[in-house]
Design a protein around this ligand. Structure first.
Ligand code: NAD
Ligand code: IPM
Ligand code: MN
Length: 360
């Protein structure tokens, strides 16, 4: 098998605690399946680095990361010392934008042994993918505050949806739906209220859908879509959304599966011009940081998604991905569990339990 160079960025808070467990799982899987990984440990893209240097990253960050095949990322943000928009636009959001990682792929899956907060839902009842547009839309840098400090003060921030950016993420979602058993796609919209950009987005979806006659698709307004995540999550297979709607849905979906501490994500440049980035959906969780109680499974699953992407969904990398997922499933079923799942196990204990199961 191949050798890959991985940029390892723990970041802040629980990012620093879950990252070693992600690496522990990777090491076990790569040893078992003969995959060579070389880690480049990076201490920047953290608020600790900001405290020393007055910026989140060195000026040559892009060149350093471009030398790597993928980026494994913990979480960034420490709002007590650095405002979130500074730390996030100084790191993660810059990676997504500059490396054109236009797909943020986020699963929601209910596992055996994990109770859902939704009554009567069992393992298998929730199993869908959220495809989030990841480079434009509501997360634009166009706008500003005017007449600051006067009575005429106002703020404008534009949302920008390009035809290229919308069509490519919709295509990715239709492709994914087409490869799934149920071949069903839901397009999140708000074309009743946001009457310029969202009808236009709907038209993009209709145009792309014509290329996928075998995919059953519909569009749903974001408000009722949120309600249906809670009331009938079993109806979803693949859900595609603009940047902000996708952000919200990808905390709501995993919350319906018991905890956001499980949810991984893949920030993909599907064309592989740039390194893709793999990270938990959750953040740095300052409220539980430093206690060794965070659930490391989102991080471990993200590492598995990284291997699968590197191996193009096949080969030793696919086998390693599957072994990590199987170990996660077994650990969720049999325990131990972290506090977010009602257990008492530490971050380290869960990481060790999973790594042992991976090793076989
Ligand atoms: P958060 O995801 O960090 O935490 C939300 C809640 O979920 C907290 O109560 C936390 O304890 C809990 N939680 C999160 N991950 C958990 C885990 N693995 N195990 C157990 N419990 C877990 O969101 P927040 O509080 O809105 O943000 C905190 C900081 O993280 C902010 O600076 C924010 O900007 C940043 N953030 C970063 C990312 C990222 O790096 N991708 C994502 C979200 C938030
Ligand atoms: C996520 C996070 C980020 C986002 C924040 C930290 C900027 O919530 O990855 O979901 O909004 O994309
Ligand atoms: Mn989010």
């Amino acid at each position: 098998s191949s050798n890959y160079r991985i940029a390892v960025i723990p970041g802040d808070g629980i990012g620093v605690e879950v990252m070693p467990e992600g690496l522990r799982a990777l090491d076990a899987a790569c040893k078992r399946f003969g995959i060579g990984l070389e880690y480049e440990y990076i201490e920047w893209a953290s608020c600790a680095y900001y405290a020393r240097h007055g910026q989140m990253m060195p000026d040559d960050w892009k060149a350093q990361l471009e030398r790597c095949d993928a980026i494994l990322f913990g979480a960034v943000g420490w709002p007590a010392t650095v405002p979130d928009h500074i730390s996030l636009w100084g790191s993660l959001l810059k990676f997504r934008r500059e490396f054109d990682q236009y797909v943020n792929l986020r699963p929601a899956r209910l596992f055996d042994g994990v109770p859902s907060p939704l009554a009567g839902r069992r393992a298998g009842d929730i199993d869908f993918w959220i495809v989030r547009e990841n480079t434009e839309g509501e997360y634009s840098s166009v706008g500003g505050v005017m007449f600051e400090g006067t009575e005429r003060e106002f703020v404008v921030q534009e949302s920008i949806f390009t035809r290229h950016g919308s069509e490519r993420v919709l295509k990715f979602a239709f492709d994914l739906a087409q490869r799934r058993a149920r071949k069903t796609l839901t397009v999140a919209t708000k074309s009743n209220g946001i009457a310029i950009s969202m009808p236009w987005w709907d038209n993009c979806a209709t145009r792309i859908a014509a290329q996928y006659p075998d995919v059953a698709w519909d569009k749903q307004h974001i408000d009722i879509l949120c309600a249906r995540f809670v009331l009938s999550p079993d109806r979803f297979d693949v859900v595609v959304a603009t940047n902000l709607f996708g952000d919200i849905l990808s905390d709501l979906g995993p919350a319906c599966t018991g905890t956001i501490g499980l949810a991984p994500s893949a920030n993909l440049d599907p064309e592989r011009r740039f390194p893709s980035l793999f990270e938990p959906v959750h953040g740095s969780a300052p409220d539980i940081a430093g206690k060794n109680v965070a659930n490391p499974i989102a991080m471990i699953w993200s590492a598995a998604m990284m291997l699968d992407f590197l191996g193009h969904g096949a080969g030793a990398e696919r086998a390693a991905h599957d072994a990590i997922l199987a170990a996660i499933e077994a650990t969720l079923k049999q325990g131990p569990h972290t506090a977010d799942l009602g257990g008492k196990a530490s971050t380290t204990e869960i990481g060790r339990a999973i790594a042992e199961r991976i090793a076989g």
